[in-house]
Ligand binder design. Structure first.
Ligand code: ZN
Length: 284
């Protein structure tokens, strides 16, 4: 093994006796499932029983470890994991590298990969079932709130903003089945207000505030479609098409349209577009 100085660091941190035992475990190949996330390392180490111990290691200025064994910390299992971490021969998942690779995937590829992971490891489905949108929606709402506060700082004085402000406060309490629908209504309402405001006269000082608020709306919409029914999606699409036609300054209604359209079955989508395309003929 390379890195004598780093091995000494382990020896010093764990003490000679524990280090020697850990070295024995490491050489016997008892370390597995190693995951490295920056300076945090986790792994499983097979001890005296069949069931491996879960070990966590922090590799900083100081080396420290915790473990599910009776000793609990700075044990031989920790020393074994530390040695495995330094070794070039032990397989590991590098989380930082993995995140970069996942970042490169597009939506469809990422979803395909997720489904494949769950097929190979059915227990993972529980992660999906346990997923709660609450924190994400809360982030989008906070952002919306902030952008309206900023908009005021930019001298944007619109009476309806207070109304919107109240609506955002309300939105925090929306939970359960109808919450997404209410949030989508809020997004539409704010977008309408913003477009009306622009209609009343464009002021370059408003620029930043409006775009920021619109951006927050788009983010909120993205996170609020989970429980929307296909029928409501279609109605939403129609209203967005209307809004988009008024949106001369491109405050983001086109992006909203894309987000909603991606949720709609392509065949249904075609018929909606047909209907919109043929509307003038029907009127005449
Ligand atoms: Zn241990």
């Amino acid at each position: 093994m390379k890195g004598g100085g780093r091995v000494d660091k382990i020896r010093k941190a764990f003490g000679e006796r524990t280090y020697e035992k850990g070295l024995g475990y490491f050489k016997e190949g008892r370390v597995g499932d190693m995951v490295v996330d920056g300076n945090k390392v986790t792994g499983k180490v097979i001890g005296s029983t069949d069931k491996p111990y879960n070990v966590m290691l922090t590799w900083g200025k100081k080396v420290s470890s915790t473990c599910s064994c009776p000793v609990g910390e700075m044990c031989k299992h920790g020393a074994a994991l530390a040695l495995a971490f330094l070794s070039n021969d032990i397989e590991r998942v590098d989380l930082e590298k993995m995140r970069r690779e996942i970042d490169r995937l597009d939506d469809k590829e990422a979803k395909g990969l997720l489904a494949e992971c769950m097929t190979k490891e059915p227990k993972l489905i529980r992660l999906l079932q346990a997923m709660d949108d609450g924190p994400r929606v809360e982030r989008a709402l906070s952002r919306l709130d902030r952008s309206f506060t900023n908009a005021r700082c930019f001298g944007l004085v619109v009476s309806s903003y207070d109304e919107v402000d109240l609506a955002v406060k309300d939105a925090r309490r929306w939970k359960g089945k109808g919450a997404d629908k209410d949030r989508v209504e809020l997004v539409l309402k704010i977008s309408e207000e913003l477009l009306d405001h622009i209609d009343d006269g464009w002021d370059e000082y408003d620029d930043e505030g409006i775009y920021e608020a619109a951006h927050s709306c788009t983010a909120l919409l993205r996170d609020s479609l989970k429980t929307i029914t296909e029928d409501d999606l279609l109605r939403l699409l129609e209203r967005l098409i209307d809004l988009n036609e008024k949106d001369e300054y491109d405050i983001g209604t086109a992006e909203m349209l894309d987000i909603v359209a991606a949720r709609i079955d392509p065949e249904v989508m075609m018929s909606v577009l047909d209907r919109f395309g043929s509307e003038p003929n029907l009127d005449s």
